[in-house]
Structure formats: C-alpha cells, structure tokens
Write a protein that binds this ligand. Structure first.
Ligand code: FES
Length: 214
C-alpha cells in the first residue's frame, strides 16, 4: 500500500512552530465538514463524493506512515480513524529522563497499569515497540483537545522543572514524552498508544498489532 499521508504531514519542531491550536482549528474544520456531509447524506447519496481509499480510511482502515525524514527530537502528525496521531523520534536525553525516579513520582500511572490506554506490547517507561519512536493518539484524555508539543526544557510558562513533554492548553493537563499523565491535572489517564506495527525501520502501520500479539 502506498503511503498517501506522508508527503503532507507536517513535522513539529517545538513551540516556535505555530502551535497545535492551528492544527486544532484545521481538525475542527475537517470534522465540521465531515459532520456536514453526514447531515447532507439524508438527501444526497454519501458515497458519490468518496473514493474507495477515502471510504476505507474513514471506516478505520490502517494507515502507513513513513518517517525517515524525522530527526532526533522531531515529530510528525498524521491521521488515523479521523484522529490526529503523533510519531516522535525520541532522543537519548528524552529516554533517560523518562526513567528517573524523581520524574516517575510525579506521574499518575508511570507503569501504564490502565490497560485501555495502550496495547500490551507498549508498557513500561517507554510505552512503545522501539524506545526511540513513540506513537500516540494526539487527543487529551480529559476532554479531547490536542495537546501542544513542548520539547523545550524549563520554559517560562511551564516552570523550571518542566523536562519537556506535551501540554494541553484547554485545562492545563501535562504529559511526558511517553504520553504519561502527571498527577493532579484534569486528564485522568495516559494518552492512548494505538495498535501499530513496523513494516521497516522507519515505516509504521497504525491500526494493526504486530503478528502474534493481538
Ligand atoms: S482537554 Fe486537555 S486538560 Fe482538558
């Protein structure tokens, strides 16, 4: 299957890039268009405006994402089942920070014990099949806003102890570079890790489990 998403997906590089609020607006607009089409379907056959591949994707078909162009510390945003998904290439420093006891103590579920939030092959501190790559559904587990990518350490607005991670601008929930939620924020659980498997070193198929793990 060809990767139809990758040529368009943006790479997120941090807070200097126009933040996810812009993406949120785009996604909201896209959702509105889909919703509008659904309403119109009562009068006009819905399928006439959709190609077979569009219908498959809307119905939840897996998507393949090629991410070789991502450098360490960069992430891209793609789409699966109408939701934004992130692929982040984590640096060694990011991985080390995830395992520090002082950091774990700030998290609500550092060991990913809430089973609904990730497949069984994405547990532990890294919540991924390969430590260097993180795959997440980019929706806050409080009320579904898209958190912002904040890799900057100790920025003025997040305080001197901020080690980098994701910040939800809607009500202030914080997540680390494994999508683990901090204590005492509105979001109740870690961000969702979707089912995924690798087709190559830098190609991931989202929506399918690795063979033998389902
Ligand atoms: S939607 Fe993210 S904190 Fe409320």
């Amino acid at each position: 299957m060809t990767n139809t998403l990758n040529p368009q997906v943006p790479i997120d590089q941090g807070p200097d890039i126009p933040p996810d609020m812009e993406r949120r607006k785009l996604l909201t607009a896209a959702t509105s268009i889909v919703g509008g089409a659904g309403v119109a379907a009562a009068a006009v056959p819905f399928v006439i405006s959709m190609t077979p591949s569009e219908r498959a994707r809307a119905g939840g078909a897996p998507v393949e994402i090629e991410f070789a162009r991502l450098g360490p510390g960069e992430q891209l945003t793609a789409e699966w089942r109408g939701k934004p998904v992130w692929i982040l290439r984590r640096t060694e420093a990011m991985l080390r920070a995830l395992e520090r006891p002082a950091h774990r103590a700030k998290l609500a579920d550092p060991d990913s014990k809430v089973k609904s939030q990730q497949p069984a092959y994405a547990l532990g501190a890294f919540r991924s099949l390969k430590p260097e790559n993180l795959v997440l559904v980019a929706l806050c587990t409080h009320l579904g806003c898209v958190p912002t990518f904040r890799p900057d350490v100790a920025p003025r607005d997040l305080g001197p102890e901020w080690p980098g991670g994701y910040f939800c601008p809607c009500h202030g929930s914080k997540f680390d570079f494994a999508g683990r939620v901090y204590r005492n924020v509105p979001a109740p659980t870690n961000l969702v890790v979707p089912p995924h498997r690798y087709l190559g070193a830098t190609t991931v198929r989202i929506g399918e489990d690795p063979a033998g793990t389902a």
